[in-house]
Design a protein around this ligand. Structure first.
Ligand code: NAD
Length: 498
């Protein structure tokens, strides 16, 4: 099999290095970009380039669309059970290669290998397994009009669809989109983030091995303005499922809406974590460490604004600060590391600029606040201390804008109403976390939070059947379970007069 990884020799600042070249996956084959151009892929742990990414554009997307169009009639007419079998084979191969994929994800993204092994790669397996089996239970509605007519709904695949994903959970989110699209009978043109393309490339090798028919899934690597924009603009790509930043999502909507494409947008967040005095203190503290700093705070569901009820404010703050000071960034490839590198130099600079802004806005740094320089080969890696900021107004920029790093702010509150006002004050509405033992308050607060997802006394507990998505500027539409299969199909009502 062509692995697409033949070495190339590059000259960079006098250095000659041999690097792996990633390939696009188009029409069942691993191919070079039409332009012949590549750009650098960095390893966040070291800050060094370690592989090369195809700089694809409209010509590559056109080849992918042609392949997908050609494959569509046969794939759409393949019985769901047979499609499911092929998709299950992909899941099994990911599981077989779990260790290799976890290491690749950690190297490409900077996340601890322990996290990639425990969460990212197993979830990619689950995504394929879940939608392969879901489609076999996917039934459509029938509406009888007494003795005059009967209606039934056909749910047919859309055709060629586009899936565009971000860098924070690379294979996890890439497969979360591709799996339902394929299971529902569509052919896909997909683009992973150019910041973390490696596991999508490895997936293309596994799809070939699994016997996925040529053209059913096409993976085009490249930048957002290049390959991404070409996917969004292509008139034969009829739906776009996008996860990424709110600003990018707005641009995609501007392009896709006048073309009447179906759109699913999963965007940014600035999630509140509301801790009432009657919470299970130890659990709240333990899980708040995770919801603040897991994946270096680069999960759209992290709780970056922590509101603590006044009677336990100081106790919680001091315990949280003490635990945070124990959490040290380290080499993501080390089994013991629980906080790795942030994904890129520009992202590190953005996070540090928000820490500066927070201080200008009157915030006091209780823990962290600085870049960390490790030793040896990791001395140029992108590490930031886990950071807690106190003393900020709830409506300042630091508390309103998405930072997407290991940085949280902590604030006291006196009443439930005040906590809700502060929690709901941002333009985002993705997820919220509530800690309380008070049953009716838990339900009341959940119903009043402006948020697509509310976790009570837990965080990131995911059932793939549930609706997933945000309100306000956190997105449009819902993924998960049959929502995703509904998105990737068109409903057609057929009315028969009796
Ligand atoms: P991003 O918006 O910069 O990029 C996301 C993807 O869009 C990448 O593949 C990128 O190449 C592509 N892209 C960029 N410009 C494009 C264009 N003009 N046309 C088409 N595609 C384009 O986001 P990011 O920095 O990769 O990811 C971080 C963001 O993602 C954060 O805001 C985070 O909250 C959000 N996110 C949201 C969810 C969710 O489920 N709501 C999940 C994870 C991440």
């Amino acid at each position: 099999m062509n692995t697409g990884t033949e070495p190339v020799t590059l000259t960079r600042k006098g250095d000659t290095s041999t690097m792996e070249k990633l390939h696009n996956y188009i029409n069942g084959k691993l191919v070079a970009p039409q332009s012949g151009k590549y750009f650098d892929n960095y390893q966040p742990a070291t800050g060094k380039v370690y592989s090369l990414i195809p700089d694809s554009g409209a010509a590559d997307v056109q080849l992918a669309v042609d392949a997908a169009n050609a494959a569509f009639p046969a794939w759409a007419n393949t019985p769901a059970e047979k499609r499911a079998k092929i998709i299950m084979r992909i899941a099994a191969l990911i599981e077989r290669d779990l260790e290799r994929l976890a290491k690749a994800e950690s190297k490409d993204n900077g996340k601890p290998v322990e996290l990639a092994r425990r969460v990212d790669i197993p979830r990619a397996v689950s995504n394929f397994e879940f939608f392969a089996t879901a489609v076999m239970h996917y039934a459509s509605e029938s509406h009888a009009m007494e003795d005059s007519a009967i209606n039934y709904t056909l749910r047919q695949p859309i055709g060629v669809v586009g899936c565009i994903s971000p860098w924070n959970l690379p294979l996890y989110l890439f497969t979360w989109k591709i799996a339902p699209a394929l299971a529902a009978g569509n052919c896909v043109v997909a683009k992973p983030s150019e910041v973390t393309p490696m596991t999508a490339f490895l997936l293309s090798e596994l799809c070939i091995e699994a016997g996925l028919p040529a053209g059913v899934l096409n993976i085009v690597h490249g930048t957002g303005p290049g390959a991404g924009q070409a996917i969004v603009e292509h008139p034969e790509i009829k739906a776009i499922s996008f996860t990424g930043g709110t600003k990018t999502g707005a641009g995609i909507a501007r392009t896709a809406a006048p073309m009447f494409k179906k759109l699913s947008l999963e965007l940014g967040g600035k999630n509140p974590n509301i801790i009432f005095a009657d919470c299970d203190f130890d659990q709240a503290l333990k899980i708040t460490m995770q919801s603040s700093f897991a994946n270096q705070g680069q999960i759209c569901l992290c709780g970056s604004r922590i509101f603590v009820e006044r009677p336990i404010y100081e106790k919680f703050r001091d315990a949280f600060v003490a635990k945070t000071k124990e959490l040290k960034p380290g080499n993501p490839g080390d089994e013991k590391t629980r906080l790795g590198a942030v994904v890129s130099q520009s992202h590190m600079e953005k996070i540090l600029s928000y820490i500066d802004l927070a201080q200008q806005e009157g915030g006091k740094i209780l823990a962290g606040g600085k870049r960390v320089m490790l030793d040896g080969e990791f001395s140029e890696g992108w590490y930031i201390e886990p950071t807690i900021i106190e003393g900020l107004a709830f409506d300042c920029r630091t508390n309103q804008e998405e930072i997407f790093g290991p940085v949280v702010s902590i604030m006291p509150f006196d009443t439930e109403e005040e906590a809700l006002n502060m929690a709901n004050s941002t333009s985002y509405g993705l997820a919220a976390i509530v800690w309380t033992q008070h049953l009716t308050r838990a339900h009341r607060v959940a119903s009043k939070l402006q948020s697509g997802i509310v976790w009570i006394n837990c965080w990131l507990l995911r059932d793939l059947r549930t609706p997933f998505g945000g309100v306000k500027q956190s997105g449009v539409g819902r993924e998960g379970g049959f929502n995703a299969l509904n998105f990737f199909t068109e409903a057609k009502n057929v009315c028969i007069k009796l």
